[in-house]
Design a protein around this ligand. Structure first.
Ligand code: GAP
Length: 430
């Protein structure tokens, strides 16, 4: 089994991620997050939100709606330019993105009977209201960014921000991808964590550099191995229709180096287009410069699901311990779904009751679970596979001196800690 198949099966077994509508055979490229998956996802989003808004005084947040006025997508250029080239194989009848058949050969059956590429718009269309007519067409947003641009003036006044400042948002986006795949790497429904930083024209190059460094540092804080990350600058051919300059933070996945986050200099493209199409003034008066101008925008755009996949891939290890194979997810304790498993060594002598008491006390501080079934070795293995950083074992000594052993998932070292000291001890290590 290759590494991705192994990961998909671990995710199902441990309750991280399931295929959507599985009992009906599944829906291609749609996935559901289970009990551990949703905790991990929320932890990633919380960590991003905290770093990008709460720990800074120059970025504020919003939460805009998914459905927006259709004119937004005309102004943004998505109706016209948010397309992928689509080709058909006349032999096996499969469809591919143009770049997948760049050598003129079908990537599935090798046939040379490939059609000319035609442009396919990636936006999902639907109708607003009961009548399915041209005037009722709306789109599911393909990026969260536009919700920020159209709210620029709304946010500016009440937040009392001055340039340079940013607006951040986390939310769902939808793209009718021609070739989704690699588990949750490329899907048709996904979440983005985007931040648009408004700057004075002429300072954009400097701010692009600052945000590249900030965002790379964020992934290191998330616990990813720095050697697996790199920065890729877009060539002229790769640049999106809105970008003047762009970098991808890439990660080395088992299927190659791939984009994890995009950092773009969008210059005044978006605000100018919305200003001219809406007829509303989206300029900014700069007191210090005594001038009015359309701000430039530096965007940082990360995918929640793709970040989550990266954390899982990066954390996955198969190790040999005393002749036995162990699978462990070395997730950073900060984002691990459960912080500790509590294990009464036996199901008698009052140990389960002590374990339940410890869990009650710890739950106010962090998510924990009690596991009293199977041998202690098996319980540790389950803890390791779920990425739980600490295992707390309640044994006969607990009753005598009120201490438990705390096992570290990564080093497998154990130390005795007083029950009363557990919240402080674990918090320090998380
Ligand atoms: N607003 C700019 C923008 O959307 P992008 O490079 O198209 O830029 C940004 O997307 C990020 O969103 C990507 O780096 C990736 O993490 C995530 N993303 C994009 N398409 C995705 C898809 N089909 N499935 C999962 N994540 C996706």
């Amino acid at each position: 089994m290759d590494m991705m198949d192994t990961l998909v099966s671990l995710c199902k077994r441990r309750g991280f991620i399931f295929q959507s509508s599985e009992i009906y055979g599944g829906l291609n490229s749609c996935w559901d997050y289970g009990p551990l998956g949703v905790e991990l996802k929320n932890n990633i989003k919380r960590f991003w939100w905290r770093s990008m808004t709460q720990l800074r005084d120059d970025v504020v947040g919003i939460d805009a709606s998914i459905l927006m006025h259709p004119s937004v997508w005309a102004a943004s250029g998505h109706l016209e330019a948010f397309t992928d080239p689509l080709v058909d194989c006349k032999s096996c009848k499969q469809r591919f993105r143009g770049d997948e058949a760049a050598d003129g050969k079908c990537p599935r059956c090798g046939s040379l009977r490939i059609t000319e590429a035609r442009q396919f718009n990636l936006m999902f269309k639907t109708y607003m209201g009961p009548v399915e007519e041209e005037g009722a067409i709306v789109y599911l947003r393909p990026e969260t960014a536009q919700g920020i641009y159209v709210n620029f003036q709304n946010v500016l006044a009440p937040s009392r921000q001055k340039l340079p400042f940013g607006i951040a948002q986390i939310g769902k986006a939808f793209r009718n991808e021609i070739s989704p795949g690699n588990f949750i790497f490329r899907t048709r429904e996904f979440e983005q964590m985007e931040m648009q930083f408004f700057v004075k024209p002429g300072t954009d190059v400097e701010w692009l550099e600052k945000w590249k460094a900030e965002r790379l540092a964020w992934y290191a804080e998330l616990g990813l191995r720095p050697g697996k990350l790199r920065m890729h600058r877009h060539s002229q051919k790769e640049l999106a229709h809105y970008a003047r300059d762009a970098y991808d933070i890439e990660y080395e996945f088992p299927f190659g180096w791939k984009e994890l986050e995009g950092i773009h200099n969008r210059a005044d493209y978006d605000l100018s287009r919305h200003q001219s199409r809406s007829g509303k003034d989206l300029s900014y008066f700069d007191d210090a410069a005594g001038a009015r101008y359309i701000p430039y925008i530096i965007e940082t755009s990360a995918g929640v699901d793709r970040t989550l996949l990266t954390c899982l891939v990066d954390a996955y290890r198969e190790e040999e311990v005393r002749g036995e194979r162990r699978v462990v997810l070395r997730l950073h304790p900060r984002i691990a779904p459960m912080k500790a498993g509590i294990f009464p060594l036996v199901r008698r002598d009052g140990l389960p009751e002590i374990a339940a008491d410890i869990a009650r006390g710890l739950r106010r501080h962090m998510p924990v679970f009690v596991d009293d079934s199977g041998s202690i070795g098996r319980r540790y293995r389950r803890q390791d596979e779920a990425g739980t950083p600490f295992g707390i074992t309640v044994d006969s000594q607990t009753q005598q001196d009120g201490t438990v052993t705390v096992r570290d998932r990564d080093t497998m070292q154990q130390e005795r800690v007083k029950i009363d000291d557990l919240p402080g001890h674990l918090r320090k290590r998380i």
